[in-house]
Design a protein around this ligand. Structure first.
Ligand code: ADP
Length: 421
């Protein structure tokens, strides 16, 4: 009997160092074309490795589970918790009543180094490759590998799994953009170079910008500005990344929630010697204690700092905001110069999507480059929606486009699975 083929239900997993976020997305080639994909469920397992893990998961439109305390000794336990919920009969996920209804899994993988330049179906060789990339992403790659192995064991080897790398969009950078000025030997021997991260987000923004403007992706010339807890900027010329602010690790570039971004490495050597810090201690200092948190002494969260600076007139919160905007301006200017001009700058990420204050601060001096913000459009843009916020006649347009890395991953899964047929 002829049966209508149903769309795929794709589990998208994003395992961080101490968390496992997921979404179940319904999609297929047709839905991708029509942009009608749907998120059926989402959730997060946090505090993995601590005594009391925290689990929140819900089917779209339902109440679900919020902040359930559960032991989550490792990522495997977190993934078990997600699968148990799906199988529990209480999840109320439309069309997904058991693990049998999951057709494929997409994994966000932080670091593919030079080994992986596009999303790929996972087999033993790919697992080996991701394992070899562990030294480049020591906190994330092992967690993400655990996710892959757990899914294989629980769902079975016949369920396709796809790896989507944060680094892959940046693989088109030329050596002049990705090389550091160290002796060449360090690139050859230790593979020290700029890799760039947030690639899935910058790729999504590039595609979405093309869709909104009804142009082919190859005609996209934008500066993609992803501002969140982690922040990065990407110069996109003819639809391809030509430069990006994050480097060998996600530390370089902009000031971030707790990461210092660009710094003279000699200053770190001086701190190490003067205060007798080990490499590990310096790593913690520049990744966990710096950035907005370190400068303000208050918080890594932009909302707190905007409140402290604007309502309480806290000078260090104001300094943190000023420094944050200053770096963004510096990179936008540099990238427009590198690209020989751009058609638009696009804000995304938690801050880029939701903070008219920060968008206005980062656009303040940009009219000299033909980038003119419309203050009213900026203020009035509804949170979570896409829109243009530049003045009519602005030579370079300004857009806000909410990112959707999970959707990009689900699309890659469909494309990889279809290609393998
Ligand atoms: P991550 O890099 O962890 O994915 P997000 O992209 O979710 O981070 O961004 C988190 C940041 O977005 C936080 O600094 C948060 O304060 C900021 N943010 C979220 N909503 C707002 C808002 N309404 N105004 C200002 N900042 C906001």
């Amino acid at each position: 009997m002829w049966q209508e083929r149903r769309a795929m239900n794709i589990l998208v997993l994003n395992c961080g160092s101490s968390s496992a976020k997921f979404q179940i997305i319904q999609t297929d080639l047709n839905m991708i074309k029509e942009g009608t994909e749907r998120c059926l469920a989402s959730g997060n397992c946090e505090r993995i490795g601590l005594e009391e893990g925290l689990v929140s998961m819900k089917a779209t439109g339902k109440t679900g589970i919020k902040d359930l305390v559960k032991p989550l000794p490792d990522h495997r336990a977190a993934i078990n918790a997600i699968f148990e919920w799906i199988e529990s009969g209480k999840a109320e996920i439309e069309g997904v009543n058991s693990l049998k209804d999951i057709d494929a899994v997409g994994h966000r993988i932080l670091h593919g180094a030079e080994r992986f330049v596009k999303s790929t179906l996972i087999n033993d060789e790919v697992i080996e490759g991701i394992t070899e990339c562990i030294p480049f992403g020591p906190l994330h790659n092992p967690a993400q590998l655990k996710g892959i192995v757990a899914c294989r064991e629980i769902l079975g080897e016949s369920i396709p799994q796809v790896a989507v790398f944060d680094t892959d969009f940046h693989s088109t950078m030329a050596p002049k953009a990705f090389m550091y000025g160290l002796p060449y030997e360090y690139y050859e021997r230790l593979h020290i170079r700029r890799y760039g991260f947030h690639g899935t987000s910058h790729r999504y923004i590039t595609n979405k910008y093309a869709e909104i403007n009804n142009i082919p992706v190859e005609k996209v010339n934008i500066v993609s500005v992803h501002l969140g807890n982690g922040s990065s900027i990407c110069a996109v010329k003819d639809g391809k990344c030509v430069d990006t602010s994050m480097g060998h690790t996600p530390l370089e570039g902009l000031l971030m929630g707790t990461r210092c971004g660009d710094i003279d490495p000699a200053a770190l050597l001086y701190i190490m010697e003067t205060d007798g810090l080990s490499a590990k201690e310096i790593d913690t200092l520049i990744n966990k204690k710096s950035g907005l948190l370190g400068v303000s002494g208050l918080s890594s969260d932009m909302r707190d700092l905007e409140d402290a600076a604007l309502k309480d007139k806290n000078p260090r919160a104001q300094l943190a905001l000023d420094m944050f905007a200053h770096r963004v301006i510096k990179y936008i200017g540099a990238y427009i110069a590198e690209m020989g001009g751009a058609d638009a700058i696009v804000f995304t990420g938690g801050i880029g999507q939701n903070s008219p204050v920060m968008r206005a601060m980062t656009c303040e001096t940009l009219p000299c480059l033909g980038i003119e913000l419309d203050k009213q459009k900026n203020e009035e843009l509804k949170r979570g929606s896409a829109g243009e916020i530049s003045k009519d006649g602005s030579k370079v347009k300004i857009y806000v486009i909410p990112t959707n890395e999970e959707l990009m991953i689900a699309r890659d899964v469909v494309n990889c699975v279809e290609k393998s047929k």
